[in-house]
Design a protein. Structure first.
Length: 69
């Protein structure tokens, strides 16, 4: 398993956090997901042979949030 931390812009409430967690956990190969509203970031544990950071980013953006570079 690999771990990546990505900045997530646009989260304003607990519902936003739940949305980001939900879309990431739905991806095949994603294990633990920790999303912080205060730090505006998501830390994701994932299996690199099954999912890559580009797909993680796309899932977050598809939920209406921006991934910080």
């Amino acid at each position: 398993m690999a771990t990546i931390t990505m900045g997530v812009k646009g989260m304003t409430c607990g519902g936003c956090v739940a949305s980001v967690q939900r879309v990431l956990k739905q991806l095949d190969g994603v294990g633990k997901v920790d999303v912080s509203l205060q730090q505006q970031q998501a830390t994701v544990e994932y299996a690199p042979e099954r999912v890559d950071p580009t797909r993680l980013r796309s899932a977050i953006e598809g939920a209406g949030f921006e991934v910080a570079s």
